[in-house]
Design a protein around this ligand. Structure first.
Ligand code: ADP
Length: 176
């Protein structure tokens, strides 16, 4: 499904974040130390190769809601934007921190003249954020940022399962 707001398209697709060659930047659901880990971070580091880890070490540790940008190394993209999502319920302000991930990632995209970006569902894996609530924050935040975007023309949400994809598609229909 695809939503088009002026010249910015937003779509949700089913797939793996490392298999999105049509975007300049992919977003990593990183851990604070920017190490390999599992889930999205594991897949990204595995596909990018060890030089990504080396580059990341200059930036670690990062705080919840923060985003940093690196090259993409062996990935088919130009950049990786690493965001640390909040752990659900450990902090009362997890919603604000999750929104900050999306805002800060888009800010870095703008600063680096990136025109296309793909996001995974940050915090919904080991960090325990329920998919429905996380999708609401992700879609609402991205839609709220659209008026500020001058470089970004294409935004993709990449979901691992059909069920997660349907949650995002419903949110996109509801909120736009
Ligand atoms: P976090 O630590 O922020 O919770 P995870 O990497 O554990 O991040 O998971 C975030 C979401 O990404 C989960 O919904 C998970 O199912 C999904 N996911 C895991 N691997 C991939 C992948 N390779 N591409 C896209 N999504 C993925």
């Amino acid at each position: 499904m695809e939503v088009t707001n002026a010249k910015i398209s937003i779509e949700a697709v089913k797939g793996g974040i490392t298999q999105q060659p049509d975007v300049e930047a992919i977003v990593n659901a990183a851990n604070a130390e920017l190490t390999t880990g599992g889930g999205v971070a594991g897949a990204i580091h595995h596909a990018a190769g060890p030089d990504l880890y080396k580059e990341c070490q200059d930036f670690a540790p990062i705080r919840p809601g923060e985003a940093v940008i690196t090259g993409a190394h062996k990935l088919p993209n130009k950049y990786v934007i690493h965001c640390l999502g909040p752990v659900y319920e450990r902090k009362k302000n997890h919603e604000e921190l999750l929104a900050n991930c999306y805002k800060n990632a888009l800010k870095l995209a703008e600063e680096n003249t990136i025109t296309s970006i793909a996001f995974p569902a940050i915090s919904t894996g080991v960090f325990g954020y329920p998919m429905e609530e996380a999708a609401e924050v992700a879609v609402r935040t991205i839609l709220g940022e659209l008026p500020r975007l001058k470089q970004v023309e294409k935004i993709k949400f990449v979901l691992f399962t059909q069920a997660d994809l349907e949650i995002y598609q419903k949110k996109l229909e509801e909120l736009q």
